[in-house]
Design a protein around this ligand. Structure first.
Ligand code: FE
Length: 201
């Protein structure tokens, strides 16, 4: 198997660690983070096949990296044909970058009667596109693979170790159910073995 060049991911993680170390307002962090994520997803050769593997029944969320101080995490979301999330929230900022295929994200809000309502039209992400999520603006959404006949993959960055965050999924009538997503993988990419990369550089 040819050696993967993980340098784009390693570079992204270094830059993102710098970014979260600076005292930016959330909107600035999202803007600067979106620029970094756009650079990462401009080329998809760094994502190993094991983190791009779909499951016949469930969308997959592979943790690629979690900051030791839980300031951010990076997750590869793999959507099998026609798969979608339940309606859910995040409770932290997020960035969604489309790597392969396409997805559709519908935002929801809870009105003053406690009812769940769609807000605006679905946002469609194509490869290279990045969507920003903020707890104060568009925290509740449902994401679907745009394709019924192919796998789609997006790279997500969140302002916490997202798989461990206590958050909620929503039934269509607006009822919340507690939810901790966890992750689909047991092992993370080894971004630190520079010897193998330089041998093929
Ligand atoms: Fe989401």
């Amino acid at each position: 198997m040819s050696q993967l060049h993980l340098s784009p991911l390693r570079h992204f993680l270094a830059e993102f660690t710098r970014l979260v170390s600076e005292p930016h307002a959330e909107s600035t962090r999202l803007e600067l983070g979106a620029t970094l994520l756009r650079q990462l997803i401009a080329d998809d050769r760094w994502l190993a096949p094991e983190f791009a593997q779909s499951h016949p029944e469930y969308y997959q969320q592979y943790l690629l990296y979690a900051d030791p101080l839980s300031r951010f995490s990076v997750v590869s979301f793999v959507w099998g044909p026609g798969q979608k999330t339940p309606i859910h929230d995040h409770r932290v900022w997020g960035l969604i970058g489309m790597l392969r295929g396409a997805e559709s994200s519908q935002t929801f809000v809870i009105n003053h009667h406690g009812e769940l309502r769609t807000q605006g039209e679905p946002v469609v992400l194509q490869p290279g596109d990045v969507e920003q999520l903020s707890p104060s603006a568009n925290d509740i959404h449902q994401v679907s693979n745009l394709y019924r006949d192919q796998v789609s993959i997006s790279i997500h960055v969140y302002g916490a170790n997202i798989g461990a965050v206590s958050r909620a999924v929503y039934t269509p009538d607006g009822q919340q159910k507690p939810f901790i997503s966890g992750y689909s993988n047991l092992h993370l990419p080894n971004i630190w073995d520079l010897s193998k990369e330089s041998a093929h550089a």
